[in-house]
Design a protein. Structure first.
Ligand code: GCU
Length: 731
């Protein structure tokens, strides 16, 4: 219970001893004077035990008594909005849940209309009172799903307005206001506006019908298809809330290696029940389908996308789905990959396959998320280097996909490795909607055993300049700009992330991995947000605003990706994990297919077009400017050097040390670095709750053991292969 949170630290900001009377006014609309919140302050951080279930939506009591007084002055009661609009009703309920927690009071007063200072009013321009205030103050929001939060004066009363372009905009604005309060950001003159920069902000769950999750490390699926449509708890709703709070507007609920059950008439009512919950939070539901559903479900003799019976089957199925699920987003398709059926089997191109679905979905405003991950037979005729195949396969089809097809491409050309260059498809597909698929679940980045803050990795990719000639002199053609449709125009923009959510108590097995889920949503909304903006907000909302807490946890997160990289795959050398499970080290298989190549001549793969001997010419898939940079070992960015070059072990790197010594230093130092993270977390004892502190300490113990395993295995391997002894000593 939030009311029972024990007081951990009390810091007096004034020399006067000030007795804090716990802020439990039921009369929260009581007007305080300015002087009151400018007087002596009491800072109290809540440290009662928590499981992590509440994520960043804890709404724990604000630490500063003065801030509470001020907040209660400006936002002391909520004007009841139009409850018949379910998304707005969700926003309202979130305020009724959040504000009392933040203020440390039983409940927040509500009113039918503005009658005194301190009103919070929310709605769109279609709500008469809201429209009146907006027009009197010349306010409007025009960007799709955008919002404005502004302090205005109505008949002499201070009023906070949340004006949304749409109902979803109102909900996003509400979550933003709760964030502002939770992070104790100044509210004296509130004037905040924002709108998503990406249209489709998608969470991809890899959940299976039987409750298991492919590449899931946080328990089982949150969907129990045996009991649905009945829901025994609020987990699905809380999942939707959490996603909406970071701006996610689409959730694909099942594995790309799909089963037909999700579109089977017998079970559609179950899927519809989930969609209904999502709908209350402005979220559309998507389904991964199998390309061969017409033959498997409909008993047709073919799945040829140009066959009229097949088209009719999909038309009927889609109509049936929209009937049951009006907020259906569309289909996600993995075709011709890893043994799955696809257009190639019927002599059709992927553009032909995707466009058939596009036509079927278009009347409903649906989209087709077509994956650019084609591994297997269809790609076998292409380059031997698996990293070249995506581009070779799809580039010839550029311009052939319809407007409601989005080609969903993994960030790199291989498969979510600790670091890869950005996939060349993002620069090459000028006339195709290109969406990105990021991996929130840590398949190749340590799973539930290693902390790896992926926001750092994603920012690296988003800031990556593909050096295209887009005519805008001097403006880098970053992946972020491409995804926003600012380099090539796109009818639809999309950022998708493979979910790390399961049914374990804290949703994510590694407590700090919640930051990856949060950060993904924030970046899908605005890929230009900085790592610091995201991280600090997350820490403040998830733990508290104490400076030591914010700095310590942020620093741990910031260093964790590069640390993981240092002991598993430094310098983008490729895939070093076991085929089975993708967690532990396995250096026995090395065939150049994105795996590693280490010998007495050096480390890395010659994926450039200048080396003598064996090379795979991957650089030709990039713009000439970028290719030239990557081809030259002296200008290739160091962090990617082993991806594109077989680098002599004794090459002197920019820090004056040899490549191999740098690698050894990273490997030798890793276990100590993990210990240091644990020590840093221990220093927060008393400043955060014991329960979550204990979970994190245990997580670091596990990571320590794993880093020792990696470090020892890798050092042995490098010594054997390069014939250079490791002389680096641990500190
Ligand atoms: C990887 C992953 C698979 C997944 C596939 C995909 O290969 O290991 O589990 O199905 O990517 O993204 O389709």
């Amino acid at each position: 219970m939030k009311m029972l949170r024990r007081i951990a630290t009390i810091l007096l900001s004034s020399l006067f001893l000030f007795q804090f009377a716990a802020c439990k006014n039921t009369e929260a609309a009581t007007i305080t004077t300015t002087a009151e919140w400018e007087g002596p302050d009491v800072i109290t951080y809540t440290t009662a035990d928590e499981s992590g279930y509440d994520l960043w939506l804890r709404y724990a009591q604000i630490s500063s008594t003065n801030y509470i007084k001020k907040a209660q002055h400006y936002i002391g009661y909520v004007v009841t909005p139009d409850a018949s609009r379910q998304v707005i009703d969700s926003a309202y309920k979130e305020l009724l849940r959040g504000l009392p927690g933040l203020y440390g009071i039983e409940s927040i007063p509500t009113a039918e209309k503005i009658d005194k200072t301190g009103a919070l009013i929310l709605g769109t321009a279609s709500d008469p009172t809201v429209a009146e205030i907006a027009s009197a103050n010349e306010l409007s929001v025009t960007d799709k799903d955008g919002y404005l939060i502004k302090k205005v004066t109505v008949d002499g009363n201070d009023v906070t307005l949340i004006l949304g372009e749409s109902d979803s905009g109102v909900l996003y604005g509400t979550f933003k206001l709760l964030e502002i309060l939770s992070t104790e950001t100044d509210i004296s003159d509130l004037n905040v506006s924002d709108a998503p920069k990406i249209q489709w902000r998608v969470l991809n769950q890899l959940d299976n019908w039987d409750g298991s999750i492919e590449r899931g490390y946080s328990g089982k699926s949150i969907y129990d298809w045996t009991t649905l449509p009945k829901m025994n708890d609020t987990r699905i709703e809380d999942f939707a809330r959490a996603n909406a709070s970071v701006g996610i507007n689409t959730i694909v609920i099942n594995n790309v290696n799909s089963s037909t059950n999700y579109i089977d008439t017998r079970y559609l009512n179950k899927v519809a029940a989930v969609a209904k919950v999502f709908g209350r939070y402005g979220i559309r539901l998507g389904i991964s389908i199998t390309f061969d559903a017409p033959s498997r479900l409909g008993k047709l003799s073919t799945n040829d996308p140009l066959n009229k019976d097949v088209i009719k089957w999909w038309e009927d199925k889609t109509a049936e789905i929209y009937e049951a699920i009006p907020n259906f987003a569309g289909y996600l398709v993995k075709a011709d990959s890893e043994g799955r059926d696809g257009p190639s089997k019927y002599g059709r191109t992927h553009a032909e396959g995707a466009n058939m679905f596009a036509d079927v979905l278009a009347p409903y405003g649906g989209i087709i998320m077509w994956r650019a991950f084609v591994y297997g037979e269809a790609a076998n005729k292409l380059s031997d280097d698996i990293c070249n195949q995506g581009y070779e396969f799809f580039k010839p089809m550029d311009g052939e996909f319809k407007d409601n097809v989005i080609l969903q491409c993994k960030n790199g050309p291989r498969d979510f490795l600790p670091r890869e260059p950005v996939s060349p498809l993002f620069g090459g597909m000028k006339d195709t909607n290109m969406g990105i698929e990021l991996q929130i679940t840590q398949e190749y980045t340590g799973q539930d055993v290693n902390l790896c803050y992926l926001v750092s990795q994603w920012k690296y990719y988003l800031n990556f300049d593909l050096m295209l000639d887009d005519g805008a002199e001097g403006v880098p053609t970053t992946l972020s700009r491409i995804l926003q449709g600012n380099v090539y125009s796109q009818a639809n923009t999309l950022v998708a992330g493979v979910s790390n959510v399961g049914d374990c108590e804290a949703w994510n097995d590694g407590l700090l991995s919640q930051a990856n889920w949060y950060g993904f949503g924030r970046l899908a909304w605005d890929p230009d947000l900085t790592e610091e903006e995201i991280t600090e907000t997350w820490v403040k909302m998830t733990f508290n605003t104490n400076e030591d807490v914010v700095n310590t946890i942020s620093d741990i997160l910031y260093g964790s990706w590069e640390l993981y990289e240092a002991y598993t795959s430094p310098y983008s050398m490729g895939m070093t994990v076991k085929v089975d499970g993708h967690l532990d080290p396995d250096l026995s298989y090395r065939n150049g297919n994105g795996t590693i190549s280490v010998n007495r001549f050096g480390v890395g793969n010659n994926r450039n077009s200048t080396s003598k001997g064996n090379r795979t010419d991957a650089t030709v898939q990039y713009s000439p400017r970028l290719a030239a940079l990557l081809n030259d070992i002296d200008t290739c960015p160091e962090e990617l050097i082993c991806w594109f070059h077989h680098v002599p072990s004794k090459r002197v790197m920019s820090n004056g040390k040899t490549l191999i010594d740098n690698i050894y230093e990273g490997l030798v130092g890793a276990p100590q670095a993990v210990k240091d993270m644990k020590t840093a977390i221990s220093s927060l004892e008393g400043k955060i709750d014991d329960q979550r502190l204990r979970i994190m300490l245990k997580d670091f113990d596990e990571q320590y053991d794993h880093s020792v395993l990696w470090s020892e295995t890798m050092i042995k391997f490098f010594e054997q292969q390069t014939k250079v002894e490791c002389t680096v000593k641990s500190k």
